[in-house]
Design a protein around this ligand. Sequence first.
Ligand SMILES: CC(C)(COP(=O)(O)OP(=O)(O)OC[C@H]1O[C@@H](n2cnc3c(N)ncnc32)[C@H](O)[C@@H]1OP(=O)(O)O)[C@@H](O)C(=O)NCCC(=O)NCCS
Length: 160
Amino acid sequence: MDCGDDPWGRSVTDFLVSDALEQQQLLGNKTTLFYYDEDLVGYVTLAASLLELRQAQQVARQPGIEDIGRDSFPSVLIARFGVHKDHQRKGYGRRIFDWALAEVIQGSVGARLLILHVDKENRGGRGFWKACGFRSGGGAKNILMWLDLYPFVADDQPKD
Ligand SMILES: CC(C)(COP(=O)(O)OP(=O)(O)OC[C@H]1O[C@@H](n2cnc3c(N)ncnc32)[C@H](O)[C@@H]1OP(=O)(O)O)[C@@H](O)C(=O)NCCC(=O)NCCS
């Protein structure tokens, strides 16, 4: 698996090769691999997390957030995310993201937000997450990005 020669591509490649299995065995996070035919095309690593309101003030303006009545919100952290360099810009990243979104929304553990950190210089990564609907929070070098999951389920909620 080779996610490219830039620092972010190398970082997600190195994580998969060197750290993913050990971290999963220690229950720090979980990695899911995605194949097309026999080819490994990408992966995502997810971990339980919390977003503190002070990290992204805009979250406070999301519908219903005040009613949860907490200063931090149950979240899932996209800890790593990579697509093989030969398969980038073919829609695989979007499909892997859609899988992760469904996994979190349909799972039996509540999470209001998806969050991740992206290097300010990683224009490709930032463009991708923006295209997936993420908004930018704080951070100078590592920018926090977040996605409110409530709009994805709002229409399915029972009415009074
Ligand atoms: C970022 C990454 C995951 C995107 O995966 P991908 O499979 O190439 O993305 P997709 O083909 O599904 O792109 C979906 C949309 O995201 C946006 N996008 C994707 N790559 C982009 C880039 N390099 N620059 C700007 N926008 C981009 C586009 O809007 C794209 O739609 P379009 O191709 O119709 O214009 C992949 O390039 C990668 O693994 N990069 C190296 C590791 C990395 O940076 N990981 C993220 C760290 S937070």
